[in-house]
Write a protein that binds this ligand. Structure first.
Ligand code: G4P
Length: 199
């Protein structure tokens, strides 16, 4: 997605060979126009999937998935990392291990909002090692619902996340795929070729 790649190039900061800072438009200050374009793109890519719920994880997944849910005309659910005051034990729980932080956290979703029969699109801001997506998939499975796909804003293709999810047969759509971060530069994997129809 060109507008996203442009934002990454012009407004992102390469902090190291494996960390990209995007807090000026994605995960601290949010570029709302760009989020609308991202939401439109996800909705287009998953238009044929009869999505009934969009599922993400707080906090940085919320902005892009909110717009995707809007254009897919679906509710958005975000998994919580801390149980809310009003949450009881009527919840699905899974564990997410963060390689970055080297800690495991429970994530929870109320059973009220995800049921068998739901066709779920999982969305997140980053795909690194795939642990957040894996935890969200486990929650969908606990509900007896199905995962229609995984939508990622920025995939770090040099980490293992895509491989992990593809091995389990999931469809992954990443709007920007980063081949490498080095010498302060971002190198993208070239987008797949798309064919255009004239009718
Ligand atoms: P994984 O879920 O794919 O296994 O990723 P990992 O454990 O490596 O990432 C943990 C957190 O770090 C996630 O956010 C993820 O979005 C974020 N992250 C991973 N790589 C990058 C990167 O290159 N740049 C930035 N800015 N973030 C990255 P989180 O801790 O859940 O935070 P938040 O969603 O509450 O903001």
């Amino acid at each position: 997605m060109e507008a996203l790649k442009k934002a990454i190039q012009e407004r992102g900061n390469v902090l190291s060979d494996h960390v990209l800072k995007v807090d000026s438009f994605l995960n601290h200050q949010v570029d709302v126009e760009l989020m609308a374009a991202i939401g439109t793109e996800f909705a287009k890519r998953f238009a044929d999937e009869q999505i009934t719920k969009v599922l993400t994880i707080e906090s940085s997944g919320i902005a892009p998935s909110f717009m995707a849910a809007h254009y897919l005309e679906s509710p958005l659910i975000f998994a919580r990392k801390k149980k809310s005051l009003t949450m009881n034990d009527h919840v699905y729980v899974s564990q997410v291990y963060s390689f970055t932080k080297q800690e495991t956290n429970d994530i929870t979703v109320s059973k009220d909002f995800l049921q068998a029969g739901d066709r779920v699109l999982i969305i997140d801001d980053f795909l690194a090692n795939g642990q957040a997506a894996k935890g969200l998939i486990e929650i969908v499975e606990q509900a007896g619902a199905s995962v229609s796909g995984v939508g990622i804003v920025i995939e770090k293709s040099f980490q293992n996340g895509r491989k992990l999810l593809e091995e389990q047969g999931y469809r992954i759509e990443s709007l920007a795929r980063i081949a490498a971060l080095s010498d302060g530069q971002v190198r993208f994997i070239e987008d797949r070729l798309t064919t255009t129809s004239t009718n």
